[in-house]
Structures are given as C-alpha cells and as structure tokens.
Design a protein around this ligand. Structure first.
Ligand code: PYC
Length: 405
C-alpha cells in the first residue's frame, strides 16, 4: 500500500517476472524474503525471485500476534529458536529498518499441578541449553503484570509462571518490509499477486521451474515457504506431506494507556495477550478444530478466548474489541517444523511451524538459505527433516507450542 501512495518512494521495486532464475522462492512472507536476503548476503546468490500469490507479508507474517521466545523443550528446538532470538537482537541494525524488536519478556502462566511440573521441566531443560527461563511465584508474576488475577478463588488460579526475559515482540509488517527492501537492494526480484500453480519436474525427476499465472519460469532450485498453502503446492510436485492446515485467530482491543508490560500466555485456557505500541491489547486464540484454508475462523473460538482473558484479567472485561483476523497455520504431527531438503532434487521445504512461525523468522530464513545454497542442511536445521516421520525421530514440542493445535 505504501508504494501506491503519492510522493512516497517505493522501498523496493515491484519486479517483472523473468523467464529464468537460479532460485525461485514461493511465498513472500518473512521466512521467504529472509531466505532470499541471506542467500544474497551470505552465499552470493542474487539471481532469485520471491513470488507470492498475494501481497508481500499478507500471509501469516502479517496475521500473527508477534510473540518471540525460545523456551522450547528439546535441544534441537532450543538451538533453532534461540538462533532466531540471537538474530532478532540486531536485526534492525542488520536491515537498517526498525523491526521494533522489544525484549519485554514472555510469561507462561501455570494454572494447575500439571502446568507447574511441565513448566519447571522446561525451565531446567532451557537452562541446560543456555536459554534463559525462570520460575516466578504468583506474586512475582503479578508484579510483572499488575492486571493479573492471582486470587486463590479465581476460576483459573495462577500457581506460578515460567518467564523468559529475552523473549518479547516485534513489528510483524516491518520484518517483511525490512527483509524485502534489503533483499531487493541486493538484486532479488519480488513478484507479488502472481500465484504459482505448479512446481515442474524434468525427466530426471529434479525440479526445473514453476508454472505461474504469468507463465513458466525456469529455475535450478525451488524453495517453498508457503505456510498454510504448502501442502497444496507441494502436491503439484508429487510430494505428500504430514501437514494439516488450521485457522488461527487473533484480535485487538481499542487502545488504552500502558497496562500490560510484557507478553502473558495462558496455554491451558488458550489465550495470550500483549499490548502493542499503539496501546491496543493484542489477543490470540487456539486453532479452530477443523482443517481449512480460510484466513478467518469461527466466532466460538474467540468467544472462548475472551472469556478466558476476562477471568485471568478481570479489569479488561469492559474493553471493546476493534478488529479480528485469522491466519492459516500448517501443523505437523510433532508440532515442529520441516526445514530442509525433500526427496526431489533441487526442491527445498520450510513449513510446519504451526503457531511458532513468526518467532523463528530470522533463524529459519538464515539456515534455510544455507540449505538452499549448499544443498545440505545447516547443523541447526539438520534434525528437522521430512524423513523423521518415517524414521520416528520426532521432536515432540506439543507442550511448548503454547496453545492447542
Ligand atoms: O508463542 O507459541 C507461541 C504462540 C502460540 C500462538 C501464538 N504464539
């Protein structure tokens, strides 16, 4: 939209699609644009197109609640998500674009004995992996977020919380725009409103291009970073994936003065909240319980979320909600991403992030670029293979994934 306004310099050109590229990336969200940026910057690969069926950042990058954290249970995940936190810290300088990364802390509330045990297990595991995460008493939790109801008679009593200080939020659009501008400056073509309808394979079985709404484009390598649309586009290359796509909804309230300093997640009741720099309460829900590719969800889900928010933060009961939206999250059976090579030569896959995609953006993009450039995984994404669903070496992060999905 910005580039359509009068007297505003476009921040990146709206490129014409060429007939041939070294790399075509499907999906112009943060992950795809970031991969194009790191391919150019760190591997010298600049003959790249990032193609999107809609507008840049219009998928899950622009439709999430911007939570960033790395307090996952297993070593593999801690390395991956903490690599992302390390890159978030410094991304504004790296891109010369203010992505408003704010390490305001993420607090996960424990409402029952199971939560207490599970979060303490995560804290111990995180410490062994060098990931900061500490246990807070109910009083310490309230000191960090005064509107929190810690009464022992509350419907959802707060028995303590896990708190990661290095975690926080960033400005979602700015992440896409920053990577887009920086990638375009290094020669990457960004092509919007151009659906890819088929991934094409040659006689040797390897990819040789993509069929788009604007014609065929030859490519030596094709990388898919298409979130909820992944299974449909990968099917055209003959690759079936263990993915299900679900709507995930969020909503914002009218703006108020600062009242909620950090991010508070209540995984048990499927509600999480933070306050944007504009003052709006940003509230997220669990996934709808049916598969769908629609970027909206059912009202009962957000009614449930708001009912939970009102119990946990009674002073928010009279807030009015302004807008709601939905993204489409692609979910694997172990709630960890698939990030690496595929059985098809020259075809690379970045998907299955469920509710965890935004927080991973720079780390995922960085190791995905390495994988594409070198045709082998970076040590950090090596465990996140597609083949783990055949071998059984799963990375089960269902408990760390925060909300039911
Ligand atoms: O931080 O895992 C998360 C999360 C879940 C839903 C939205 N963010």
């Amino acid at each position: 939209a910005i580039s359509g306004h009068k007297n505003v310099e476009p921040q990146w050109p709206n490129s014409e699609l060429k007939s041939e590229y070294d790399v075509v990336i499907i999906g112009a969200g943060g992950h795809g644009l970031g991969a194009a940026y790191y391919l150019a910057k760190e591997h010298g690969v600049t003959n790249t197109a990032v193609i999107d069926k809609g507008w840049l950042g219009g998928g899950n990058t622009g439709r999430n609640t911007t939570i960033i954290r790395s307090n996952y249970l297993y070593d593999e995940s801690a390395r991956l998500y903490d690599h992302a936190v390390d890159l978030w810290d410094g991304l504004s300088q790296e891109l010369n674009y203010n992505v408003m990364f704010s390490q305001r802390g993420v607090m996960m509330l424990a409402h029952n004995v199971h939560d207490v045990q599970s979060f303490k297990r995560h804290i111990h595991s995180n410490r062994l992996n060098g990931v900061d995460n500490v246990w807070l008493s109910p009083e310490q939790a309230k000191a960090k977020c005064p509107p929190l109801n810690i009464s022992s008679t509350a419907r959802y009593p707060v028995m303590g919380a896990a708190f990661q200080q290095r975690a926080g939020t960033a400005r979602h659009d700015a992440v896409a725009w920053g990577y887009a501008r920086a990638a375009a400056a290094r020669g990457v073509d960004i092509v919007q409103n151009c659906p890819v309808v088929r991934i094409s394979r040659g006689a040797d079985g390897a990819v040789n291009g993509v069929e788009t709404a604007r014609g065929f484009v030859k490519a030596k390598k094709v990388a898919v970073s298409a979130a909820g649309g992944t299974s449909v586009i990968m099917d055209t290359a003959g690759v079936r994936l263990p993915l299900e796509s679900y709507p995930l909804q969020a909503l914002v309230s009218e703006p108020v003065k600062p009242v909620c300093p950090g991010v508070v997640m209540s995984n048990t009741v499927h509600a999480y909240i933070s306050q944007s720099d504009k003052g709006e309460l940003v509230i997220g829900s669990g996934t709808d319980q049916y598969v769908s590719y629609s970027q909206r969800g059912g009202l009962p889900l957000i009614e449930h979320t708001l009912a939970a928010i009102c119990e946990v933060f009674p002073s928010f009961r009279r807030m009015r909600m302004l807008r709601k939206w939905g993204g489409v999250v692609d979910v694997t059976p172990d709630r960890s991403p698939i990030l690496g090579k595929t059985p098809v030569g020259g075809l690379y896959l970045n998907c299955g992030w469920g509710t965890g995609g935004f927080k991973a953006t720079p780390g995922s993009a960085h190791v995905f670029a390495h994988t594409i450039a070198k045709d082998e995984p970076h040590p950090i994404n090596a465990p996140f293979t597609l083949s783990r669903f055949e071998t059984g070496r799963l990375i089960d992060e269902a408990a760390a994934a925060a909300v039911a999905h």
